[in-house]
Design a protein around this ligand. Sequence first.
Ligand code: SAM
Ligand code: SF4
Ligand code: SF4
Length: 335
Amino acid sequence: MQPPLDTLQRPLRDLRISVTDRCNFRCHYCMPAEIFGPGYAFLPKPEILTHEEIARSASAFSSLGVEKLRITGGEPLLRRGLSDLVAMLSEIPGHHDLAITTNGVLLGRHANSLKEAGLHRVTVSLDALSEEVFSKMNGVGASPDKVIAGVDAAISAGLGVKINCVVQKGVNEQEVLPLAEFARDRGVTLRFIEFMDTGNTNRWQLDQVVPSADLLEKLKSRFDLEASQSPLLGETAKRYQHVDQPEVEIGFISSVSQPFCRDCNRARLSADGQIFTCLFAEKGHDLKSLLRSGATDAQLADEVSRIWHRRSDRYSEIRAEGGERTKPEMSYIGG
Ligand code: SAM
Ligand code: SF4
Ligand code: SF4
């Protein structure tokens, strides 16, 4: 077993910002419809950080070395005035990579304004091309057409585009090769994510996880792939490229079969202003109270730094040890 982490070895470089805990999908691996139904208590509006509060928080993280800002949720495109928030984040001093993760349904409508506001990249979640499989997985019977139109609109708008696919055994393994063809045709990166035991509601079982190694083998039976050079520190995906089209990559995020906690440099800010230093942290750290109590920028940055340097998270490394734990829902904390 690996020794506990010396937390100071892991710099803070990446911030995920959840801008809403609501969503227009009910993917069963994230927001099962039977739990997130009409009676579910989403965050009340006054609890949700305003654009200004989010930008101030991001600025504090940025002053500590954060280089990547990713807007997520819930479904971030459900948030009103998202382009205004993007514009505010793009004005934070420093060279940030500014991205969004979305289910893509509303992307066709917003791609141009997001690009104009200063967004660099978009990751679109797309688990299947088959109408039947996709509509079942998203829990609301939506067809993949709008998502595909969203991908195409983002490409036309000049945004960098990636596609994320969560693979579940017995559910969408047969979609892996068609999705790889789809991404290759469009020249976009595709990333396969192992199904994770996030939250407390998705009924995760280890035997539903398709290890990335199995997917790679399947993909190699169809495509000529080679490992991409120069893995980057803190990068969560293992990357491969098509030999005859090296600009197109396929990545694997293998948090279950190959944990990467030792390189984890990512913090998360929930829509109600809680900082989570791990996707599986039992509790967050309240930044909202400080934001709303007149704290200075320096005080905000000190608090973030204090929280980060006390962190010893390594859940994916110790998952197999089991034990009861209350974990934040992915739709609340942001993926
Ligand atoms: N609604 C947006 C979307 O789906 O892209 C953004 C939020 S969603 C929580 C962010 C990412 O988390 C998505 O790519 C989604 O597929 C992934 N995700 C959600 N639940 C997951 C799980 N249990 N295991 C692995 N990935 C998951
Ligand atoms: Fe919504 Fe994204 Fe979760 Fe699916 S993965 S339910 S689209 S937040
Ligand atoms: Fe980071 Fe926690 Fe995931 Fe490990 S389990 S990679 S510490 S978020």
